[in-house]
Design a protein around this ligand. Structure first.
Ligand code: PEP
Ligand code: MG
Length: 570
C-alpha cells in the first residue's frame, strides 16, 4: 500500500498510467552517410506531423478550438520549408547526425525569436522548442507522453503535476491522480477537487513503486493507493463507491435550498472556480455565489497571454451564467507554484515569498491593465467583485485601486465605452499575516475581505504549502489561525463589510461550526463540497457555535481544538 495525503474525495479503481518528464538529449556524432541522416530527420518530421494532426483533431472534438489551434500552429512550424531545409543543410555541410542537426537549427531559431522585439514572435520560441522535442523523440524512438493525448480511462501517476499539466487533464479519461509531491492545498490538489477527480498527493516515493498498467484502488479520502487488490478488497471498495453515490442522491435535495443554520442564521455558500467551464458544476450544486474565480488558469495551457477580448469573453460568461449572484474575480495570481510557459520569470530562491500575485501585477502594469479593462467591460453583465491577491500593505492596495481608475479612464477615451456605467465592488484576499493584523485599516478602504487560509497558514507557520516534509504545520485549527480569522471578521464587521473565506479551510466539515461561531459571512469551496456544507449547516446552532469558538480561542494547540470540536454533538 502506498500512503499519501488524500487530496480529492472519491474512489477510483483503474489502470496506472505513469507520466514522467523525460530528458531528451541530442548527442553530436560525425557521420559518413548524411543522406541516411536526412532521411531519418524527414521521417521524424513526418511522424510528428501525423501525431500532431491526430491530437489537433482530438482537441477539436473533445477539448476546444483554442487548444486545437495550438497544435495547428505546431504543424505549421514542421511544414515550414525554411526550418526543415536548414536542418538538412547543416547535416550535409557539417557531416553530423540528424538529431544534432535538428538541435543546432532549433537553437538558432529559438535565440532569433527570443531576441525579437515583438512579443508574439518571442513567444513562438517556446513552440519551436516543443515541436523540435517531439521530432527528436521520434528520431530516438522515445514514446512521447502527452497528457492531452490520454484517450483511455487511467489513474495518472506522476512525480509532480504542475497546475498547467492539471489544466490539460480530461476528466473523461483521467479517473484519478497520484503525485509524489504536494499537499492538500497545492494547486493541483485544489484543481482535482474542482474537477471531481479523486487524488492522492505527497506520496514521496510512490511513483517508483507503481508499475505502468497495473490495477490499483485510489482512495482519495484516506489518502491511500492499494496495489494488486484481491477480490474481497475490490468488493469492499465497490460497496464504498455505491455508498458515495447514495450520499450524492441524498444531498441533491439541498440544491435549491438556502444555506441556513439550525436557528435560521443565513450564511452564503459559494464555489471556487478556475475557468468558465466550471460553471456547470457550480450551478448544478446550487452555489449562492462564486467566492473565488482564480483567473490565472485562463493564462495557463496557452502559448501567449490571453488578450483583453478573450478575457472579457471569459469573465462575461461567468457573470452572465451566475445571473445577479455575486462573482468574486481574483486578479492574476501567478508566481509561487504557478508559472506560465511563455513568460520568463526570474529564478527566485523562495518563489512563494517572491514576486507573485499583486506584486507581479504592479511590476507588470501592462498585464494588469489588460486584465482590469477586460473586467470593467464585463462588469455590466453581472454582479462583479474584483479581488486583489496577496495584499501585504495599504500602499499596494491603493496602487492597485489606482490601476482600476487608469483602466477606466483608458476605456472611457474610446467612444464605445464613453457612456458605460462600470459597477463593481473591490476587495482583497487576506492571506498575509500583516494584512490580518492591520485588518481594521484595510476594512475602511475595501468593500469586502476573503480569507485565503492556504497562504495565510503557510505564512503564519512559515511552512511551504508544497513541501510534504512540513505538512504537519498546515494547522487550520491552531488557535493562532482562529485568532487571525476572528480579528479579520471583527474588523470588517465594525466597518459594515462582509468577510468570506476561499481557502480550503472553508470547505472543511470540522471547521464549519467554528467559522459560523466566529461570524464568517461567506464560505467558498470546491463546488462538490457545497451540498455537504449546506446539509451540515442545518444541524448547527449559531449561538452554541459562538460559545465553542470562544472556548477554542482560549486553547493552545490544534490538537486541543480538534478534541473540543470532536466531542460536540450538534
Ligand atoms: C489561499 O491562499 O487560500 C487561496 C485561496 O489562494 P490560492 O490557493 O490560489 O493561493
Ligand atoms: Mg493564495
Amino acid at each position: 500500500m502506498i500512503r499519501g495525503i488524500g487530496a480529492s474525495e472519491g474512489i477510483s479503481i483503474g489502470k496506472v498510467f505513469k507520466y514522467d518528464h523525460i530528458e531528451v538529449i541530442a548527442e553530436k556524432n560525425e557521420v559518413e552517410d548524411t543522406a541516411l541522416e536526412i532521411e531519418r530527420f524527414q521521417k521524424g518530421l513526418t511522424e510528428s506531423i501525423v501525431d500532431l494532426t491526430g491530437i489537433k483533431d482530438y482537441a477539436e472534438e473533445n477539448i476546444n478550438a483554442e487548444t486545437a489551434a495550438i497544435f495547428e500552429a505546431h504543424i505549421e512550424i514542421l511544414k515550414d520549408p525554411e526550418f526543415a531545409n536548414q536542418v538538412k543543410e547543416v547535416i550535409l555541410s557539417e557531416g553530423i547526425n540528424g538529431e544534432y542537426g535538428l538541435e543546432k537549427v532549433t537553437h538558432q531559431f529559438v535565440s532569433m525569436f527570443e531576441n525579437m522585439d515583438n512579443e508574439y514572435f518571442r513567444e513562438r520560441a517556446a513552440d519551436i522548442k516543443d515541436v523540435s522535442r517531439r521530432v527528436l523523440m521520434h528520431m530516438k524512438g522515445i514514446k512521447s507522453h502527452d497528457l492531452s493525448e490520454i484517450n483511455s480511462e487511467v489513474i495518472l501517476a506522476a512525480r509532480d503535476l504542475t497546475p498547467s499539466d492539471t489544466a490539460q487533464l480530461n476528466r473523461k479519461w483521467v479517473k484519478g491522480f497520484i503525485t509524489d509531491i504536494g499537499g492538500r492545498t497545492s494547486h493541483s490538489a485544489i484543481m482535482a477537487r474542482t474537477l471531481e477527480i479523486p487524488a492522492v498527493v505527497g506520496t514521496m516515493t510512490g511513483f517508483d513503486s507503481l508499475e505502468d498498467g497495473e490495477i490499483v484502488i485510489l482512495d482519495g479520502m484516506q489518502g491511500i493507493i492499494i496495489q494488486n487488490p484481491d477480490e474481497s478488497v475490490l468488493a469492499d471498495y465497490q460497496e464504498k463507491i455505491k455508498e458515495l453515490e447514495a450520499l450524492k442522491t441524498i444531498r441533491a435535495a439541498y440544491i435549491d435550498k438556502p444555506s441556513v443554520t439550525a436557528d435560521g442564521l443565513h450564511i452564503e455558500i459559494g464555489a471556487n472556480i478556475g475557468s468558465p467551464e466550471d460553471l456547470d458544476g457550480v450551478l448544478s450544486y446550487g452555489a449562492e455565489c462564486i467566492g473565488l474565480y482564480r483567473t490565472e488558469f485562463l493564462y495557463m495551457g496557452k502559448k501567449t497571454f490571453p488578450t483583453e477580448d478573450e478575457q472579457f469573453e471569459a469573465y462575461k460568461k461567468v457573470l452572465e451564467g451566475m445571473k445577479d449572484k455575486p462573482v468574486v474575480v481574483r486578479t492574476l495570481d501567478i508566481g509561487g507554484d504557478k508559472e506560465l510557459d511563455y513568460m520568463t520569470m526570474e529564478k527566485e530562491l523562495n518563489p512563494f515569498l517572491g514576486n507573485r500575485a499583486i506584486r507581479l501585477c504592479l511590476s507588470r502594469k501592462d498585464l494588469f491593465l489588460t486584465q482590469l479593462k477586460a473586467l470593467l467591460r464585463a462588469s455590466v453583465y453581472g454582479n462583479l467583485h474584483i479581488m486583489f491577491p496577496m495584499i501585504a500593505t495599504l500602499d499596494e492596495l491603493r496602487e492597485a485601486k489606482q490601476m482600476i481608475q487608469v483602466a477606466k479612464e483608458e476605456l472611457q477615451k474610446k467612444a464605445t465605452y464613453e457612456e458605460f456605467e462600470f459597477s463593481y465592488k473591490i476587495g482583497i484576499m487576506v492571506e498575509i499575516p500583516s494584512t490580518a493584523i492591520m485588518a481594521s485599516a484595510f476594512a475602511k478602504e475595501v468593500d469586502f475581505f476573503s480569507i485565503g487560509t492556504n497562504d495565510l497558514i503557510q505564512y503564519t507557520f512559515a511552512a511551504d504549502r508544497m513541501n510534504e516534509n512540513v505538512s504537519y504545520l498546515y494547522q487550520p485549527f491552531n488557535p493562532a489561525i482562529l485568532k487571525l480569522v476572528k480579528m479579520v471578521i471583527e474588523a470588517a464587521h465594525a466597518e459594515g463589510k462582509w468577510v468570506g473565506m476561499c481557502g480550503e479551510m472553508a470547505g472543511e466539515p470540522l471547521a464549519l461550526p467554528l467559522l459560523i461561531g466566529l461570524g464568517l459571512d461567506e464560505y467558498s469551496m470546491s463546488a462538490p463540497g457545497i451540498l455537504r456544507a449546506r446539509q451540515q449547516a442545518e444541524t448547527i446552532d449559531s449561538n452554541k457555535a459562538r460559545d465553542i469558538a470562544q472556548q477554542a480561542l482560549e486553547l493552545t494547540s490544534q490538537e486541543d481544538v480538534l478534541a473540543l470540536i470532536g466531542g460536540i454533538t450538534w
